[in-house]
Design a protein around this ligand. Structure first.
Ligand SMILES: O=C(O)[C@H](O)[C@@H](O)[C@H](O)[C@H](O)COP(=O)(O)O
Length: 261
């Protein structure tokens, strides 16, 4: 059962990043209070990075027990570990280097100069095993039930590295796939699949700017995940679309009446 998406529309992308950061901090604190440990899946892209920068700048970040946070990634560019194009490198620059995380709880996806070398399928399988190890019996042994899974939405409706009509978006068995020939550079990537994304309790999709307006409108109009991967990204208890006004501009009003500020 896919929860009906809930839309929150902010004035602009700066306010969207601030509000999403406040929301994420609160969510982590609540999850830690309820279960001891919280888990978050990070995304690459400008909006995901802006959110992390806003968390770093927030005085409320000290309310989080960073040593009890598991961090995972939804996708990664398959380049060497120190490459500035890596989502993990960018997240480290924006936030991770500034908070006292437990390194054993930080799970970057493999890099192209790792133990599997350039074999992106083997690297993807390695990450799938790492996720399976962290999953409990209640998670059906495949991936943990992440508290929050963040996804930037691309102008073609891609999420993570699942692109419209690419093989990755059709994957129904594996939790992690290697991606070749991605339309967004670099072409070789690792990505969680839709079944893995849908194991998250909450999925938050981020989109800002006029260049995302068509993608957001399309994904919310129900074209199916093959044509619009973002429409196949939902959580077990909540699916939140965090938007700025420009990105929300073309959503058919009869589908989602504006309900936010
Ligand atoms: O590795 C990546 O590039 C991503 O994880 C990708 O899925 C990204 O999140 C979207 O393309 C949105 O990116 P923007 O927020 O920059 O538009």
């Amino acid at each position: 059962m896919s929860p009906v998406p809930q839309l929150v529309v902010h004035r602009d992308k700066e306010l969207m990043a601030q509000a999403a950061a406040a929301r994420l901090i609160t969510k982590i604190v609540d999850a830690q209070s309820a279960r001891g440990i919280a888990s978050v899946v990070l995304t690459g892209g400008r909006n995901g990075n802006a959110l992390l920068a806003a968390v770093a700048a927030s005085p409320a970040r000290d309310a989080v027990d960073w040593s009890r946070l598991d961090l995972w990634w939804g996708d990664e560019r398959f380049v060497p570990a120190a490459d500035p194009d890596r989502n993990a490198v960018q997240a480290t620059g924006e936030l991770l280097a500034r908070v006292p995380l437990d390194p054993a709880r930080v799970h970057p996806m493999p890099a192209s100069d790792g133990v599997d070398g350039a074999d992106v399928e083997a690297a993807a399988e390695r990450y799938a095993q790492e996720l399976a190890k962290a999953a409990g019996p209640q998670d059906r042994g495949r991936v943990p039930a992440f508290d929050v899974l963040l996804l930037g939405v691309g102008p073609d409706t891609h999420v993570a590295s699942l692109f419209p009509e690419h093989p990755g978006v059709r994957e129904s068995a594996r939790t992690v796939v290697g991606v070749r020939g991605a339309p967004k550079p670099p072409p070789t990537r690792i990505s969680l699949t839709l079944p893995a994304i849908r194991a998250a309790r909450e999925v938050w999709l981020l989109a800002a700017g006029e260049d995302k307006a068509d993608a957001v409108a399309l994904a919310l109009s129900g074209p199916g995940e093959l044509l619009a991967p973002a429409s196949g990204a939902y959580g077990t208890s909540r699916t939140l679309w965090l938007l700025d006004r420009a990105a929300a501009d073309r959503i058919p009003p009869q589908l989602y009446p504006p309900a936010s500020a």
